[in-house]
Write a protein that binds this ligand. Structure first.
Ligand code: ATP
Ligand code: MG
Length: 134
């Protein structure tokens, strides 16, 4: 059954000029791409998007980073999209991500880790809705 997830190419990957390489990988993995858009988040936008992490020690740094430059947001669709996109991205910390994953290839640190992906059907629905409104 087809499923949708929200993917982001984060500011570090945009600055590194690897949008094309990441998009190419997404297509090679069989995802259909919807609602593709480049945008810049304000600090408040980033805080709203990452509200689940509000109490974490890294929240302020994370939202500074996510509002530090343009990002690319998109909805990805395929069978098992949520889990598949997280597998293609690899572990949150690029140093622990498996060879060949996007975070291993293009991530720099646990914060500057190139891409985002929803982690469950409920968060995917929230995140898709969050960006389709603005
Ligand atoms: P994402 O939600 O961005 O796809 P994730 O689901 O793998 O990543 P989360 O636990 O949801 O990881 O953390 C959200 C983001 O917060 C991470 O992608 C990373 O950029 C940042 N982050 C997570 N843990 C840390 C940490 N210990 N220190 C600094 N930043 C962190
Ligand atoms: Mg997450």
């Amino acid at each position: 059954m087809s499923e949708k997830t929200l993917a982001i190419i984060k500011p570090d990957a945009v600055k590194k000029r690897v949008i094309g390489k990441i998009m190419s990988r997404i297509e090679d993995e069989g995802f259909s791409i919807h609602e593709l858009r480049m945008r810049s988040l304000t600090k408040e936008d980033a805080e709203g998007f990452y509200a689940v992490h509000r109490d974490k020690i890294f929240f302020s740094d994370l939202t500074d980073f996510m509002s530090s430059g343009p990002i690319v947001t998109m909805v990805l669709e395929r069978e098992n999209a949520i889990k598949h996109w997280r597998a293609v991205m690899g572990a949150t910390n690029p140093a622990e991500a498996a060879p060949g994953t996007i975070r291993r290839n293009y991530g720099f640190s646990i914060e500057r880790n190139a891409t985002h992906g929803s982690d469950a059907p409920e968060t995917a629905a929230f995140e898709i809705d969050h960006f389709s409104k603005k």
